[in-house]
Each structure stands twice: as C-alpha cells, then as structure tokens.
Write a protein that binds this ligand. Sequence first.
Ligand SMILES: [Zn+2]
Ligand SMILES: [Zn+2]
Length: 254
Amino acid sequence: MSKPARVFDCHMHSHHSPDSLCLMRELCEQAAARGAELITITDHWDFDVTCEEYYKPQAYFDDLERTREAFAGRLTVLAGVEFSEPHLHQALLEDANSMPYDYILGSLHYWGFRGIYADDAIYAGPCYDAYWHELRRMVAYGGYDAVGHLDLPFRYLKVLEYEEDVVDEIFSLMQITGLVPEINTSSLRRGLNETMPNEALLRRYAARGGKYVTLGSDAHHAEDVCAGLPEARALADRLGLKATYFQRRKQVIL
Ligand SMILES: [Zn+2]
Ligand SMILES: [Zn+2]
C-alpha cells in the first residue's frame, strides 16, 4: 500500500459535466503543477431537466482510464461523481454504487429554487428553509460518501441563514449515515471570505461528534484546481478535523 497523498483535491469538473469545457488532462496538468499528489474528478450526474441526459458514466470511465495512464507516476487520478439529490434518485444511486467510483459526493442542487442560479431575486429565508429541509432528508437517506457544499445557497445569495437546531440535527444524522462534509472553497473565488461550510458550521459539526472532512475546490476551469485548499486545510487543522479523501469507497485518513 502506498503512502497516503498529502496534497489532494476531491472535487472538480471536466467536460463530462454540462457546465465545464475542461479536459481531464488539463485538470491533471494544473493539479500536478500545484503540487497535488492526488485528485478526484467528480463530474455532475444531474437530474435537472436541462442536463439529465448529459452525463454518460461509460464515457467518463473510458476517458478517466486514458487520463490515469497518461499521468501514471505523476499524479493519482481517482474516479468520482457529484451525484445530485441521491435520496430522490435511489435506483440510479444504486447503479452508481455498483460502478467503480472511488468517491460519491452527494449534493443538493435542486430544491425548488431554480432562480438561484439565474441571479433572480430570491428571498433568502424561504430559500434556506426549503434547502435545509431537503438536505435533512438527503443526509438521513445516506448511501454515498460525503456532502458537497453543505450550505450551497451561500455561494449565490452571499448571506448564510440557518436554525442551529436544524443544522445540529443534520450533523447528527450524518454521524448515523456515515457522511463526511467537504470544505468547498468555490465561495472564496466569488468574493466571499468564507468556505462552504464556514468555521461556525464546522464547529457545530465537530460538537456533534464530527471528526473528518474532505477538501474540494469545485473547479470548473483548470486554473481553479486546488484553489483555496491551503486555507481549507488550515481551517480543518484549527478545528481539529482530519482532512480525508476516499479511494475505492474507503476513507483514507492522513
Ligand atoms: Zn455542486
Ligand atoms: Zn461541483
């Protein structure tokens, strides 16, 4: 067994996602140039009407295999997927669980506030109420490894709202279903000075028994690979949370 990777990025997108044009090779070149030892390419498996036919697992795995071979010895390239609303797409989640992914990242992208992506005026209160309600259902279901950008509306609304007892229950449920939150740094590239989730939320996670996080840039462009990860790692260290990644669906703890 080789030594665990010290520098890694567990969340990024290639052209196998509907919202990225990036080649896998370009993601890998940038990761290697930034000193990463390991990356996980987590393309979107989405069920929104505009993109539900887009993702083709076989095409993804074929491309990943070629990319892995091209970077053998320079960079470990793991197979991941960012699977939307796993609790609402249970049969397809089962399919995903039967495929050779190293990592399944569950994310809540669609919860009745589509306008959030179109910069429509959205009132934060109802948007967050609906979001946390649906996220609670999603983490109670489980069946995947980690929760992507746990407070996603923050990236778009630029304000964070939550009821403490609701997020505490979400973090407690994650302990039961074995889910790890990621520290997602994409908010730092949108003029926000906090990761998703931020320090206050991660403290609540730690207080509910949380010990681990994964780290992800959520890059959709090669130049964003590994962006913000030193800050995310420093935050995890400060809170006593261990940075981990998943390989063959097993958590690797540094
Ligand atoms: Zn996402
Ligand atoms: Zn993503």
